[in-house]
Design a protein around this ligand. Sequence first.
Ligand code: BES
Ligand code: MN
Ligand code: ZN
Length: 500
Amino acid sequence: MDVRSTPRTQLESLVTPLLAIPVAKGADEAIHVPPLPEGLTEFEARVRSDLTGDTGSTVVVRSGSAEGAVRIAFIGVGDAGSDGVDAEAVRRFAARAVRVAEEIHVDEAAVLLPDALQVSDEAAARAAAEGMVLAAWRFRELKTGVGETRAPVSVARGVVVVPTSSADAAEGAVEIGEVVAAAENAARDLQSRPGNVATPSHLAEEARRLADDAGLEVEVLGPRDMQKERMGALLAVAQGSTEEPRLIILRHQGGKPGEKPLVLVGKGLTFDAGGISIKPAKGMEEMKFDMSGGAAVIAAMWAIGRLGVARNVVGVVPSSENLLGASAVKPGDVVTSRNGRTVEVINTDAEGRLILADALDYAVGMEPEAMVDCATLTGAVVIGLGHHASAVLGTDDTLVQELRDAGDRTGERCWPLPLWPEFRTQLESTTADLKNVGGRPGGTITAAIFLREFVGDVPWAHLDIAGTAYGDGGKVPYRRNGGYGVPTRLLVEWVRGRAG
Ligand code: BES
Ligand code: MN
Ligand code: ZN
């Protein structure tokens, strides 16, 4: 989708098939519609008694005129409170405008920003662009169209009507929103591809394609390189499959030469059957999403390149399948990770931490200023935090706080869990240096404690996205059933924040 901005003074003459106007609930449940130019007040007057301001409530009117907007959708944005509407409410409002466009089969939607905002005009304009681009995404690659009576419409154009006083700044903000949302959509494409399409080598090829498009450097390691690097943990996970593993490295040189990089690491497990410790059949198809962290890192790197962020940033994605072929790693096997630590593989389904161990240790060699990994790592995080927050755990409080703030601003929220030393005892092994599982209690924490063994002194944080990276779309209008692309926007926001 292409998004442009236009100043509010142009509202009356804006030619568009659909204009969405936000309706907020003000104090005393009073309905608040932004002041409209004369040509549009007539429509508001016609439906005023139907407007509630309730989030998502929608009233559509036809203008009947060939000029200006053909249809007007009044869409509720909920309580504006005394602070005004927040960025996430704007994102969802703009996404709902796209859903209305889809329903009435038009390929463009324009949105007017709410007046009472909790955030700056720029932040709101950006959120609106994001909401529209994210909502317009669908995954149709593997549909032939056979049996469809009417192909769904793709909303191809979006317009954000911005306050005239901040029109220039808002224009730039819309462009940033477009790029980060397009990146998140790219992550969703990668996530949506099934395991037989999105193999580790496919992920590497896609990383190359996106890197070329954004001016990033790419390096891809295969199994022989991994042997040279002594990546025994990553290789152990891959040995049960005929698909070769890959370690994908993307570099953005936006900072001074020699400046310490920020490093993003993402779990790129393209299908997790559990290995010999096989998973139950029910829902196993969801394990094609076990590369969501890797997809987000590749996509975030693309956006970082596109936006020309003034920092050196490296993306590292270990990618493998976790199957149960004849040569698969077995429970009880001991493997030696790249940093020399021996690991007793108690459960082959705890494979994410094994591939990340070698990737994190490899990244430590780049002497990062800070390192963030994201991974669909534990079922436990879904029990702990459900689908509305990723867990964040790390060795550096400032970094954890930065990620929480970036999550709040992007609507990709994360919530902290502790890394207290007491949890480390759960990983003690009689045979090796440590076990790869720590039992059911605190499963998300012990997984992160395991990762911490491989980050050295680098300020590091881990995002467990098993509950937030994909799902049925929830009630979020800019998502659908499938991959969400989380935490692509959060990662870009964090890196941009560090760029100052
Ligand atoms: N990929 C899974 C985690 C997962 C669970 C992702 C649910 C998405 C939804 C991971 O590799 C895994 O299997 N973890 C195990 C670890 C256990 C064996 C210690 C788990 O959480 O059950
Ligand atoms: Mn697993
Ligand atoms: Zn997994």
